[in-house]
Ligand binder design. Structure first.
Ligand code: HAM
Length: 415
């Protein structure tokens, strides 16, 4: 029979690399604790409406990338393409903001987008993200950026670029939108096919175009920062000052709009030269209107997410992957299956003491067990031969030095 294959754009995380995933998870959990963010886990599927209402009907994600299907009850369900909207849904539903008016959350898990797979772009990928709900102030934006940078550094990445921009408040954005449409209409014939369509549906996203000819035309496009009103300007200036005061390097990218419609005021993105064409490994921004869009009361919020596969690619390409987990502390080798209870007794005591221990379960010869131990880089083996078994003893052997000694059973406690 034909062998079955996994779905295109998905990857098995094999035992060889799981250590790196655990490494990132553990580091990120530690840093999140330091910043007093609490972990939250929401379902991997939601009512489709959660994403339609939040991400925006005309975005690529909603338009062509969502895994949406009718369940057996006829309800439209979507595998989550991102977490921000789902978290807002959960915070509203569970009244989490009633207890305190500020909420700091983080999450880690799989997400799904029907994109064309390539290096760093998958159909099932993973994100770590953090969201800060309840503050309209730029200090909150800055806190999430501080957190993001602390996370990146915690796994050893020191070279990256932080881009920031402001999309202003609703008022500023509307005025800018009109100006931009005017400009795009004047240049319509020179724009790529895709941008001509986008211009009608989601004009700000035209700024994101990677097409050579669009990029050239867009050099003369009106700049959003010139359209910010006083409130929007103050927010952006304060954020920049906070970042500068902590010597955080950033570049302003006036064309940074991001692929989701819920943003207002600050947006930011982290890029790395270690990634090739998919060079953005994280991004986020402020979303002050999302709670209302999802049926809650107006609540200012800001957050970001990192793509874990992209972080791993950076670590790999920059030769920064940590050394894999250590070998087991002991291999308890038995000369004869008859000694199994004695072997298990020793093994259990050692495990209770917190040691990592393995034993043979496939009835290999003593020699084969020794070979096994070598392969696993175990440096100390415990050998139970006939004499040891009879005398309630064991042999402790160091495979590196070949030194060995016979010890009484009770001295297991001292290992
Ligand atoms: P996003 O920019 O769509 O933002 O995704 C964040 C990160 O997820 C990207 O920078 C990238 O590293 C990773 N990513 C996205 N799509 C893929 C893919 N197909 N394959 C591999 N990695 C991918 C959001 O999702 C927002 N929810 C971020 C946010 C949180 N904004 C506010 N709070």
């Amino acid at each position: 029979m034909e062998k079955l294959q996994s779905i295109r754009g998905t990857k098995d995380i094999l035992p060889d690399s799981i250590y790196f995933w655990q490494f990132i998870f553990d580091k990120f959990k530690g840093i999140s604790n330091q910043f007093n963010y609490k972990e939250i886990r929401t379902p991997i599927f939601e009512k489709t409406e959660v994403f339609h209402r939040s991400i925006g009907e005309t975005t690529d994600i909603v338009n062509k990338e969502m895994y949406t299907f009718l369940d057996r009850g006829g309800e439209s369900i979507t595998l989550r393409p991102e977490a921000t909207a789902a978290l807002v849904r959960s915070v509203i539903q569970n009244s989490l903001l009633h207890e305190s008016n500020l909420l700091r959350l983080w999450y880690f898990g799989p997400f799904f987008r029907y994109e064309r797979p390539q290096k760093g772009r998958l159909r099932q990928f993973h994100q770590y993200g953090a969201e800060l709900h309840g503050s309209p102030f730029p200090e909150a934006d800055a806190e999430t950026i501080f957190l993001a940078i602390a996370l990146i550094k915690s796994i050893g990445i020191s070279k990256f670029k932080l881009l920031i921009n402001s999309l202003g408040n609703e008022n500023s954005r509307q005025i800018y939108r009109k100006e931009l449409i005017k400009f795009l209409q004047e240049n319509e014939n020179h724009l790529s096919q895709e941008s001509q369509v986008r211009m009608q549906t989601n004009p700000l996203r035209v700024l994101d175009s990677k097409e050579e000819r669009d990029i050239e035309i867009l050099q003369n496009a009106p700049i959003i920062l010139n359209f910010l009103d006083e409130e929007s300007n103050l927010h952006f200036d304060t954020l920049k000052k906070i970042l500068q005061s902590q010597e955080i390097n950033f570049e302003i990218d006036t064309k940074l709009v991001r692929g989701l419609d819920y943003y207002s005021h600050s947006v930011f993105e982290f890029r790395s030269t270690m990634l090739g064409s998919q060079d953005s490994f994280g991004g986020g921004g402020r979303y002050d209107n999302l709670f209302e869009q999802l049926g809650g009361k107006q609540t200012p919020a800001v957050g970001f997410a990192f793509g874990i596969e992209r972080l791993l690619l950076i670590l790999e390409n920059a030769n920064l992957l940590p050394n894999a987990a250590n070998a087991p502390d002991y291999y308890v080798i038995s000369q004869n299956i008859e000694y199994i209870h004695y072997v298990n007794k020793i093994t259990n005591i050692l495990r209770e003491k917190g040691k990592s221990v393995i034993t043979d379960v496939s009835r290999k010869s003593l020699k084969a067990q020794l070979r096994d131990a070598n392969k696993l880089n175990v440096s100390t083996v415990i050998i139970i031969g006939e004499d040891e078994f009879k005398n309630n003893q064991f042999t402790l052997k160091n495979l590196d030095t070949s030194e060995q000694k016979i010890l009484e059973f009770n001295s297991i406690q001292n290992l």
